[in-house]
Write a protein that binds this ligand. Structure first.
Ligand code: ATP
Length: 262
């Protein structure tokens, strides 16, 4: 989406439940992410953060035996509608994973991959979109002279920014990030966090993180999950200073393990 273009969509989730076989991973989760904001998902391991993220672009469908109930809308798109055009959904809802996963192609071809699949073949147009995406991902200055080199020659942090550029090249509205800095050193982590702050007005962003300081630094809203339930969601500043639920407070202060609910 270009600057000054249409406003990115909000995301509405209503009573979302997800089961893997007989095991319920999410239980009636409802929340709203306002357009152009960053939501951080936090919570103990296995609480359903990744499942929630993977439902937003229907990647969760790839797990055999999965069952989903509830309603998810992104802008005007009914994400859980049977027969939804999944490639179209995934163009609108880009995803970045924990470990950088560039294709074993050149830097240029990694970024051009999505636009080419979408039918863009004209070399000049491709060059423009590759340059724009790399600039948006704050990588252009480091790679401008070596676009024909293998993406695998880049550092881990550069590879992650390349993956962000690759996601941005198809002009999504929403970016999903699953622990995007978990595999990175502190300098690369700071660059990705800065990038998220820059991108947030143009995209609606959902980030899973185990790093509470990171959630506090980069997000406008935070959702705390535990045992597949959404315990609390609200403005990040409020959540970190005056959470409503004692379980949130216990988690934020490192006392959640063994917390007995009283
Ligand atoms: N493919 C799967 N098949 C069966 N159960 C699964 C599958 N993926 C996740 N689960 C279960 O669903 C629950 C939620 O998992 P999920 O990965 O969403 O949690 P998470 O909060 O992202 O965890 P983590 O922080 O460890 O990544 C867990 O109990 C997990 O064991």
């Amino acid at each position: 989406m270009s600057q000054g273009g249409p406003v990115p969509p909000s995301i509405e989730v209503d009573k979302l439940s997800v089961w893997y076989g007989s095991q319920r991973a999410l239980a009636k989760v409802s929340l709203r992410i306002p357009a152009g904001h960053v939501l951080a998902l936090i919570g103990p391991s296995g609480c359903g953060k990744t499942t929630f993220l993977r439902t937003l672009n229907r990647m969760v469908d790839r797990t055999p035996g999965v069952r989903i109930a509830g309603r998810v809308t992104i802008g005007s798109m009914d994400v859980l509608a049977p027969g939804l055009d999944l490639p179209a959904l995934r163009r609108k809802v880009g995803m970045v994973f924990q470990s950088p996963n560039p294709f074993p192609f050149t830097i240029f071809d990694n970024v051009a991959y999505g636009p080419r699949i979408a039918g863009m073949t004209e070399p000049h147009a491709l060059r423009l979109i590759v340059e724009k995406s790399l600039k948006q991902a704050s990588l252009w200055d480091e790679v401008r002279g070596k676009l024909r080199r293998s993406a695998l020659t880049l550092s881990g942090g550069q590879q992650q920014r390349l993956c962000i550029a690759r996601a941005l090249a198809v002009e999504p509205d929403v970016l999903l990030m699953d622990e995007p800095t978990a595999a990175l050193d502190p300098v690369s982590t700071a660059k990705i966090e800065e990038l998220i702050r820059v991108l947030r007005s143009r995209y609606t962003i959902v980030v899973v993180t185990h790093n509470l300081q990171q959630a506090a630094r980069i997000s406008d809203y935070t959702a705390f999950f535990a045992g597949g339930e959404l315990i609390e969601v609200g403005p990040t500043r409020k959540m970190f200073t005056a959470p409503d639920d004692p379980r949130t407070e216990a988690y934020l202060t490192g006392r959640y393990e063994g917390y007995d609910g009283r």
